[in-house]
Design a protein around this ligand. Structure first.
Ligand SMILES: [Zn+2]
Length: 169
C-alpha cells in the first residue's frame, strides 16, 4: 500500500489476466516496465490455450516481447505478474535478470481455485522436482551415449577463449 505505482501495475496485471479468462485463456498476465523511465515494455497474457503452446506463459511471452524490441535481458526492468511464477517462468526470469519481480497472488491463493499440473507434476510438487536428483524426478531423463558429448562446449570455448569458467582457464 505504500508504493502506489507498483500496486497499480500489479492491479493492471490482474485485470489483464481476468480479461484473458474472458477471452478463453488462462488466468495469468505479465507486465514489464523500465524501472528508470516507467515505460511499459511488454504486456502479455498466458497464450497456452489460444495458441496450443505449453510454454506460452505470460512471463515467457513478455520476455519475448522485450527481446523483439531489441533488449536481450530485463536488466533495469521490473516485472509484474498475476501470481508467483511457476518453475519454468522462474527459471526464465533468472536468465532474463530483471531488477525486481512483483507478484499479486501467492501460489497458495492461486491454488485455492486453479491447478496447472501435467502428468509429471502438480503445482504442489513442481518446485520440489528441481531439488531431486535427476534419476528421482518424475520426468524420465537419461544420459544418451554419444562419442563426444563435450564437443559443442569445446568448440564454443575455442571460439570464445575468454568465456571459459575460471576453474577451466
Ligand atoms: Zn509460468
Amino acid at each position: 500500500m505504500s508504493d502506489p505505482p507498483h500496486e497499480s501495475l500489479a492491479e493492471r496485471a490482474v485485470r489483464l489476466a481476468v480479461d484473458n479468462v474472458a477471452a478463453g485463456g488462462k488466468p495469468f498476465a505479465c507486465i514489464v516496465v523500465d524501472a528508470g523511465t516507467g515505460e511499459v515494455l511488454a504486456e502479455a497474457t498466458n497464450q497456452v490455450t489460444q495458441r496450443g503452446d505449453p510454454t506460452a506463459h505470460g512471463e515467457i511471452e513478455a520476455i519475448r516481447q522485450v527481446a523483439a524490441r531489441g533488449r536481450s535481458d530485463l536488466a533495469g526492468c521490473e516485472v509484474y505478474v498475476t501470481a508467483y511464477p511457476c518453475p519454468m517462468c522462474l527459471g526464465a526470469l533468472y536468465y532474463a535478470q530483471p531488477e525486481k519481480v512483483f507478484f499479486a497472488a501467492t501460489r497458495q491463493q492461486e491454488g485455492e481455485y486453479y491447478e496447472d499440473g501435467t502428468r509429471y507434476m502438480s503445482l504442489g510438487t513442481f518446485y520440489d522436482e528441481y531439488a531431486k536428483p535427476t534419476g528421482e524426478r518424475s520426468l524420465p531423463t537419461h544420459q544418451a551415449v554419444v562419442a563426444d558429448a563435450a564437443a559443442p562446449f569445446r568448440a564454443y570455448a575455442q571460439a570464445h577463449p575468454n568465456s571459459r569458467p575460471p576453474s577451466a582457464r
